[in-house]
Design a protein around this ligand. Structure first.
Ligand code: BMP
Length: 264
């Protein structure tokens, strides 16, 4: 895919969506394609990890519904840190309902996701109504949406025709709202808009977790498969004494794979 040899900076310059532009600009400025997935259940622990990894990331990913002591103060503090420490917030909500319901889930409830999360994602199972429902809330705020075109877990059903239909839905939605995919490789075509491919299932030390997760290295993901952002969770936060050093290790591996890709 021709996009894979373009720099993040050149892609930022022409992007119509403010969040995607911020992601690409941040990647270039901080020399990182790392997104840390902070899947812990206490607010204080989340904020502690975020502060430690911040210098090495372009993006922080949350699962806000696992937080046991959630109050909106956590979300507001994350948003403040995103500006202070220069990263984008991605709430990995995986919306999966009809347009009217996801519009409410995105804007309301305890979490009010749209008010603090720059980026979120959706399954395409319900059809394009999910994209327009979320867009009614997120587009005016300058947020962005990505679609799950593939998954990292063993035996998942997002492949073949399903993946192609997800890409088709993104094309039809427009790059000013749907900016890319969760996918394991470049699922777009040469003449497609400049989609971001954001990829979980990344680990340097283990191949799986015993619950279906499958890990590949940053080199396999960024160089071989042409993906843009690597998502790393347990590989970084599991060892509490090495959070910053592991984040740095993944940042360096991801950036090296990107620089090698530019030379292809
Ligand atoms: P870990 O690196 O600890 O395996 O975490 C991966 C993260 O990415 C989790 O938050 C998971 O929900 C998410 N994820 C995934 O692993 N595979 C997918 O296909 C989609 C995801 O969002």
């Amino acid at each position: 895919h021709p996009v894979t040899t373009k720099t993040y900076a050149s892609r930022a310059a022409s992007h119509p969506n403010p969040t995607a532009r911020r992601v690409l600009e941040t990647m270039e400025r901080k020399k990182t394609n790392l997104c840390v997935s902070v899947d812990v259940t206490k607010s204080a622990e989340i904020l502690d990890i975020v502060r430690q990894v911040a210098p090495y990331v372009c993006m922080v990913k949350t699962h806000i519904d696992i937080v046991e002591d959630f109050t909106i103060d956590l979300a507001n503090e994350l948003k403040r840190l995103a500006d202070e420490l220069d990263f984008v917030i991605f709430e990995d909500r995986k919306f999966a309902d009809i347009g009217n319901t996801v519009e409410l889930q995105y804007s309301a409830g305890v979490h009010k996701i749209a008010s603090w999360s720059h980026l979120t994602n959706a399954h395409v199972v319900p059809g394009p109504g999910i994209i327009t429902g979320l867009g009614a809330v997120g587009k005016p705020l300058g947020n962005a949406l990505i679609l799950l075109a593939e998954m990292s877990s063993a035996g998942n059903l997002a492949s073949g025709e399903y993946t192609e239909k997800a890409v088709q839905m993104a094309r039809e939605a427009g790059l000013d709202w749907v900016v890319g995919f969760i996918a394991m490789h470049r699922v777009d075509k040469a003449d497609d808009p400049d989609f971001l491919v954001i990829t979980p299932g990344v680990g340097l030390d283990v191949k799986g977790d015993g619950r279906g997760q499958q890990y590949r290295t940053p080199h396999e993901v960024v160089y071989d498969s042409g993906c843009d952002v690597i998502i790393v969770g347990r590989g970084i936060y599991k060892n509490k004494d090495a959070v910053a050093s592991e984040a740095k290790r993944y940042q360096e591996a991801g950036w090296k794979a990107y620089e090698d890709r530019l030379q292809r």
